[in-house]
Design a protein around this ligand. Structure first.
Ligand SMILES: CC(C)[C@H](C(=O)O)[C@@H](O)C(=O)O
Ligand code: SF4
Length: 473
């Protein structure tokens, strides 16, 4: 008999199962929110049209432009200049598809536009207990609200557009408990890099992770999103945090969140979304936040993260040796002092207001080292407005950084924002795969504070050193 104690994942799964899983067929899951962007939707719409199908629930579908969009500052009202015709066509096709199928689009003229995983939560589209899908691997970000959110392929985007359902095999569950308190100068990005280093790139494959424990509960919503965002980098299907007062306070008043009495009623329902005491997970992992430090990656996968003052592996076997060679780092050496060419603060991992504040705290009154290029790219129009309202743009510009328009930008370099071959880029994004930020570019993943410290020092540095100097003043 099944255990009466259920995990948060089980609860969401059970309430969304339209048809149960059988040995010969996956279960059918109802989808509450389908987010789409210009890269993974065109073929899905073409397929729909080929079959003469309509979008089943345009009202549960929401689109934005983010991956292929230029981020170069533009005069108000002027048209964006795309890196190539392919990028322009992708965007125009999404605009056209949304018009034809009556789908809400946060397009060029919208004050809501931004990276899909930044705007969903920001607009209150993302809510606890929902099933959320998007043709994008970092959809787990939305799990920070206690929703079951995962990436799907383009074929599945078509299925969801046509049926609002998705065929899914039930994943396993994993609980990652983080005890203790994060030390000063160490943040959510460091925490998730430490978790991924512990689990390994495939360590959570086939699992949905629930992040729990004192250190997770203490995180802001933005920080929880940073953690959930990178679940896929450990191979997980999704990442979740049980909703609590932090979640409810963050959601109250957002554009598409329930209002007034409806919000209070929703809060009552959402409060029940937690794993029962005694719920059994397939895998349990425990970490101690108080032992965590600012992290940097030495290789070409996110699981090569180490504390910034630690050394690269001394005796590196095959794959690690290749990764070190690509990165141009020596085995058994610290990365501290490695000269950097560029710094990128942005992406769906770290381009929210709190991330920009974290970087700005280091940049204030300091200057980007000469010869280093620094790009600061807000995650959305709303983040950009809020940052400008409190003068963060001025801090970055005065320091010599570029303040750009919202988009994915140098996280994936599809829009033309990229590094040059051989350059070392310290990046707040989530993937350091060879060539992701441009051909031959070497990417070091880090927190906004560590990225800003690298910009100021012109080399990989420990942000705590700079922060301590500021605190001492
Ligand atoms: C372009 C898109 C399909 C891709 C993804 O699925 O994640 C991108 O967002 C990424 O981060 O690599
Ligand atoms: S910011 Fe990067 S990781 Fe996030 S959706 Fe865009 S390309 Fe993917």
């Amino acid at each position: 008999m099944a255990s009466p104690s259920r995990t948060l994942f089980d609860k969401i799964w059970d309430t969304h199962l339209a048809a149960p899983e059988k040995t010969e067929a996956p279960g059918l899951l109802y989808v509450d929110l389908h987010l789409i962007h210009e890269v993974t939707s065109p073929q899905a719409f073409s397929e729909l049209e080929k079959r003469g199908l309509k979008v089943r629930r345009p009202d549960l579908t929401f689109a934005t432009l983010d991956h292929a969009t230029p981020t170069t500052p533009r005069a108000p009202g002027s048209l964006p200049i795309y890196i190539n015709d392919a990028a322009k066509k992708q965007v125009e096709r999404l605009e056209d598809n949304c018009r034809r199928h009556d789908i809400r689009l946060a397009g060029w003229s919208s004050e809501d536009r931004g990276i899909v995983h930044v705007i969903g939560p920001e607009l209150g589209l993302t809510q606890p207990g929902m099933t959320i899908v998007c043709g994008d691997s970092h959809t787990a970000t939305h799990g920070a609200f206690g929703s079951l959110a995962f990436g799907i392929g383009t074929t599945e985007v078509g299925h969801v557009l046509a049926t609002q359902c998705l065929l899914q095999r039930k994943p396993k569950t994993m609980r990652v408990t983080v005890d203790g308190k994060l030390p000063r100068g160490v943040g959510a990005k460091d925490m998730i890099l430490a978790i991924i280093a512990e689990l390994g790139a495939g360590g959570a494959a086939g699992h949905v992770i629930e992040y729990a424990g004192e250190a997770i509960e203490a995180l802001s919503m933005e920080a929880r999103m940073t953690v959930c965002n990178m679940s896929i980098e450990a191979g997980a299907r999704a990442g979740l945090v049980a909703p609590d007062a932090t979640t409810f306070d963050w959601l109250r008043g957002r554009k598409y969140a329930p209002k007034g009495a409806a919000f209070e009623a929703a809060k009552q329902r959402w409060s029940k979304l937690k794993s029962d005491p005694g719920a059994v997970f397939d895998t349990e992992v425990r970490l101690d936040a108080s032992r965590m430090a600012p992290m940097v990656t030495w290789g070409d996968s996110p699981d090569t993260a180490v504390p910034v003052s630690a050394t690269t592996p001394a005796a590196a076997p095959g794959k690690a040796a290749e990764a070190l060679a690509y990165m141009g780092f020596r085995p058994g050496h610290t990365l501290l002092g490695e000269p950097v060419d560029a710094v990128f603060v942005g992406s769906c991992t770290n381009a929210r207001l709190s991330d920009l504040r974290e970087a700005a705290e280091i940049m204030a009154g300091r200057h980007v080292k000469s010869g280093v290029r620094m790009l600061v790219v807000p995650g959305s129009e709303a983040v950009k407005r809020a940052a400008e309202a409190e003068g963060l743009d001025a801090i970055f510009k005065t320091a010599g950084a570029e303040w750009r328009e919202p988009g994915c930008s140098m996280c994936i370099a599809m829009n033309g924002d990229s590094g040059k071959p051989g350059e070392l880029v310290v990046s707040t994004s989530n993937r350091n795969f060879a060539g992701r930020q441009g051909k031959g570019v070497r990417t070091v993943l880090a927190s906004p504070a560590t990225a800003a410290a690298a910009a100021v020092c012109g080399a990989i540095a420990d942000p705590r050193r700079i922060l301590e100097a500021s605190y001492a003043q």
